[in-house]
Ligand binder design. Structure first.
Ligand code: SF4
Length: 637
């Protein structure tokens, strides 16, 4: 490092000379200074950087100046690609460094040459047109990365060819030296910056390492998603799909007696019918007393399978192994899958003091699965990440619960992720929210819990859309409510309208971006990871304050655990979670200095309750309006 970091961002400095139209922003420079200090002095850093601060340059400049190995993890593919293809090369050019950069994905993104070869030697013809495409692509790809494919292969077909760890014998494989995944992992070993996604980052932590090369510093962007991804990495699942996957893998390597398939089929059917006896799509496992015998029957079959494998680990293999070591490796891989299922059953039946087991029914195929996860990831992250890595940066546009670090803006984040100490900064957005955005909150008598809510909300939805001339997302917390309101307004609107589910998500977004005055009715999943720049999205209507569902077993367990410590679960968990989510909405609406838009919150409790005031206070400072006719001038009618 030759000069101070401020000089890099200063007028006439390297960033301005490389990026035409670059404007230095105080928040960006402050953020970069703080992160660099954290790297030099071994401190964690938390920064909320409002939309438009330019947070990626603010962390990439110190990362590339550090000369250390830095892992940058993001929640969405869009950001990962932006960093890898645009931002990192730009900063490297500006700083005139030849730093090596790698984008590393999870194993199942890569093709396994061994599986492809074996499949092609076993069959003359591909089992489907998709498989035929995969074979052809497999013969010519240089990277083995499935993102090269012009289509997303169905999960069950791709699984037969992916580089999943459970099927990989590593150095015993004849393709080990030119394996796509291992080549990429070696590249990451020698890289200065490794870009990954949160799924891989937290899975690596959960497995105690091995997926990522050792690193000096970690930067976690979109850090509001960390708790969710850490929980996912620690979640164990048992279902028809996981047992099916395990058996398909075993059949690929071993001449297994078919009785195992029928025994598992019987066991899974028994479990599914027991799980269906309690109503609801998501409920705690302990609410279902009949699940236990069904789980025991599955445990018995798993135990028999384990014994069979011990007895036939060598002679049961379909293909003669090179030596005993290879046969042992195959047995250990197979055993890992069996033991993981047994551990899930153990965890599901254990007393719920630190973990929770719950049942989930999938919307797409109405199948059940049992999940179990620790409801608090703070202890795990403290030990696995924050106490081991000298400097971790957590950043996002939506992680603060207030505008002042002195008043504990990051308390919620620190508590949920297990950060003991950090330097903190709230860098506000440079956008002029009072001019660019309007916030309308429905009158107090409009309560989403009331029976007649849809009937009373529909005219407001209609008026908002008329005033914004469509160009809107109308977001609901449930499909039922979405359909109710849609049925009331659809005949009265003259804009092109679509509903979530009518097209795949990416196609719906393309439709929205390319259709003048489009309106999309969707649920909260459209809240995040969506970038519609310009006035095509000028209005976001939300049916209610987006609290986490109190009926969700994981949320319930988290609240109970907070209350067991003598604190208020609603204040400490529900309110901060709703703030983060609502701030995401503002982030979608205002993407540049020229964007303008309306957020309409149809939940009257926001205007009349103590918690409503706290939540509204934490939002960007849009001009609040109490009547929709105050929008006449704003939308230039
Ligand atoms: S090393 Fe593993 S992942 Fe790579 S080709 Fe061989 S079996 Fe497949």
């Amino acid at each position: 490092m030759t000069n101070a970091i401020d000089d890099v961002f200063a007028p006439g400095g390297p960033i301005e000379l490389t990026l035409s139209g670059f404007e230095a922003r105080a928040g960006q420079v402050q953020m970069a200074q703080l992160i660099e200090r954290g790297f030099l002095e071994g401190m964690h850093t938390i920064v909320e950087a409002g939309t438009g601060v330019g947070k990626s340059l603010a962390y990439l400049v110190p990362a590339l100046r550090s000369g250390k190995k830095v892992v940058v993890s993001t929640g969405t593919i869009a950001l990962q690609e932006q960093l890898f293809q645009k931002d990192i090369p730009l900063v490297a050019r500006a700083l005139n460094t030849t730093a090596r950069i790698t984008l590393l994905k999870g194993r199942n993104h890569y093709l396994c040459k061994q599986k492809l070869e074996r499949m092609r030697s076993e069959r003359l013809l591909a089992s489907s047109r998709t498989m035929q495409h995969l074979w052809e692509w497999g013969a010519r790809t240089q990277t083995g990365d499935r993102s090269e494919l012009p289509f997303l292969p169905p999960g069950d077909e791709w699984e037969q060819l992916d580089a999943d760890a459970d099927d990989c014998v590593g150095e015993f494989c004849e393709h080990f030296r030119d394996c796509f995944f291992f080549r990429k992992r070696d590249e990451a070993k020698f890289a200065d910056i490794v870009v990954v996604n949160h799924a891989l980052f937290f899975l690596d932590l959960a497995m105690g390492g091995g997926l990522l090369p050792p690193y000096d510093f970690a930067i976690l962007d979109e850090a509001h998603q960390c708790e969710r991804w850490a929980t996912a990495a620690l979640t164990a699942t048992l279902s028809r799909a996981t047992v099916g996957r395990m058996m398909r893998k075993l059949h690929r390597s071993y001449a297994l007696p078919v009785t195992f398939d029928s025994d598992f089929e019987r066991g899974i059917r028994g479990l599914e019918s027991a799980l269906a006896r309690v109503p609801g799509d998501r409920y705690p496992l302990h609410a279902n007393e009949e699940a236990s015998p069904a789980l025991e029957s599955l445990r018995e079959t798993l135990f028999k399978l384990e014994n069979w494998l011990y007895a036939n680990w060598h002679d049961g293999l379909k293909k003669r192994p090179q030596n005993d070591a290879e046969a042992e490796r195959r047995r250990d891989l197979a055993m890992r899958s069996i033991l993981a299922h047994q551990a899930t059953i153990d965890r599901a039946q254990a007393p719920a003091d630190t973990a929770i087991a719950w049942v989930e029914r999938s919307e797409s195929d109405a199948r059940y699965q049992i999940n179990s996860a620790p409801f608090d990831v703070a202890d795990f992250l403290r030990a696995a990440l924050f106490e081991r890595t000298p400097s971790v940066v957590l950043t996002s546009a939506t992680i603060a619960n207030g505008s002042s670090v002195e008043h504990g803006a990051f308390d919620f984040l620190k508590r949920s992720l297990g950060v003991a100490e950090a330097q903190e900064l709230v860098a506000p957005s440079p956008f002029n929210y009072p001019t660019q955005a309007r916030l309308y909150v429905a009158p107090p008598e409009l309560n989403p819990k009331a029976q007649d809510f849809a009937r009373r909300a529909a005219p407001l939805v209609e008026e908002c859309l008329d005033r914004s001339r469509g160009r809107a997302f109308v977001l609901f917390t449930s499909y039922a409510r979405l359909r109710e309101v849609y049925a009331l307004v659809r005949g009265r609107l003259s804009f092109p309208i679509r509903l979530q589910g009518e097209l795949p998500r990416t196609h719906l977004l393309e439709w929205f971006r390319s259709t003048p005055n489009a309106v999309l009715f969707a649920t909260g999943t459209f809240w995040e990871g969506i970038d519609v720049v310009g006035d095509q999205l000028s209005c976001v209507i939300i049916d209610r304050l987006p609290f986490p569902s109190p009926g969700d077993p994981l949320v319930q367990a988290r609240i109970e655990s907070i209350e067991a410590r003598g604190q208020n679960g609603f204040d400490q968990y529900m309110i901060p979670s709703a703030i983060v989510r609502l701030k995401q909405g503002f982030g979608r609406l205002i993407r540049s200095r020229s964007d303008r838009g309306l957020v309409a919150l149809l939940d009257g409790r926001a205007a009349s309750s103590r918690y409503g005031a706290i939540i509204l206070d934490a939002l960007p400072p849009a001009s609040r309006i109490s009547h929709l006719d105050q929008l006449t001038e704003f939308f230039g009618e």
